[in-house]
Design a protein around this ligand. Structure first.
Ligand code: ATP
Ligand code: MG
Length: 280
């Protein structure tokens, strides 16, 4: 059933995104906790377009690895809000800050769940286009869910262009900068897989793979590293399965990159023991 805005009370701010604010809220009658993403009436038309895009996609999706939407409303003031399931451990980004790097078992569990979500989206012809640690949410049940569909794209025809510059450039794949060289059999879905490969590497290493620890990314350095450098890879200590998995995700040519469905049957994902993401 959908939740109306009169039913909930704001508890506190969970975070600010580009254009919106996310609150932790409580249902007044049953005390259930939710996350509420709010975009103000006077906000930028681009921001408003993004929230409409997000609403459209959340309405179309139903997967254990995609954040669930429980209601949408628009006030006369123009304010638009989405009630979502509350993910009580926050983002993969904040887990890395708080608990440090992830071991292979945890990463394999993260990989399986994100691939399950991506496989679902891609089968529905949806490209997320902004897969990054702060858009992957975790809860105490150790579920990992994909959130934030503001810049996603629904492919209506196979020839749709999906290469406009959106999202965070750090996690952007080579073919999004240089489709002529790396786009081969170009399909935008492979860009989400590149981002996932980088994220897993980042969670293992503790720093963004293309840059030395502590260095802040600048656009030009990053673009050069992504397009002209070798793709980053795992150090010696990592298992053969994990190293191979990362290589399958980080193929520079998008056509050589494995799909979500293929990666779900990679030994790194399907042979790994299921485990808790964090020991609480
Ligand atoms: P960007 O605008 O670059 O994507 P962001 O991902 O941080 O930045 P939002 O997606 O708007 O922006 O979310 C802001 C923050 O709110 C997130 O980083 C996260 O900490 C928190 N958040 C969002 N959705 C939820 C949720 N369903 N449950 C718990 N926390 C959430
Ligand atoms: Mg976000």
């Amino acid at each position: 059933s959908t939740i109306s805005c009169n039913d909930i009370e704001k508890l506190h701010v969970l975070g600010h995104g580009n254009g919106g604010t996310v609150y932790k809220v409580r249902h007044k009658r049953n005390s259930q906790i939710y996350a509420l993403k709010v975009v103000h009436g006077d906000s930028d038309p681009l921001v408003r377009r993004q929230i409409y895009r997000e609403i459209e996609i959340l309405r179309r999706t139903d997967s254990p690895n995609i954040v669930k939407c429980h209601g949408v409303y628009e006030k006369p003031s123009g304010e638009i809000a989405i009630t979502m399931e509350y993910m009580d451990l926050g983002t993969l980004d904040s887990l890395l800050q708080k608990y440090g790097t992830f071991n292979e078992t945890r990463l394999s569990n993260v990989a399986r769940q994100v691939l399950n979500g991506l496989g679902y989206l891609h089968a529905q012809k949806i490209i997320h286009r902004d897969i990054k640690p702060s858009n992957l949410l975790v809860n105490k049940a150790m579920e990992v869910k994909i959130a934030d569909f503001g810049v996603s794209k629904i492919m209506h025809r196979t020839l749709d262009s999906c290469n406009s510059y959106v999202g965070t450039c750090a996690y952007m794949s080579p073919e999004r900068f240089d489709p002529d060289t790396y786009g081969g059999t170009y399909n935008g879905f492979a860009a989400d897989i590149w981002s996932l490969g980088l994220i897993l590497l980042e969670l293992y290493l503790g720093h963004f793979p293309f840059l030395p620890p502590g260095q802040r990314p600048d656009w030009a350095t990053l673009m050069c590293a992504i397009c002209f450098g070798d793709p980053p890879s795992l150090p010696e200590g990592a298992s053969e399965e994990f190293r191979d998995f990362i290589q399958c995700c980080l193929q520079k040519e998008s056509g050589k990159r494995w799909t979500a469905a293929q990666l779900l049957s990679h030994p790194f994902v399907c042979n790994a023991p299921r485990s808790d993401l964090v020991d609480l």
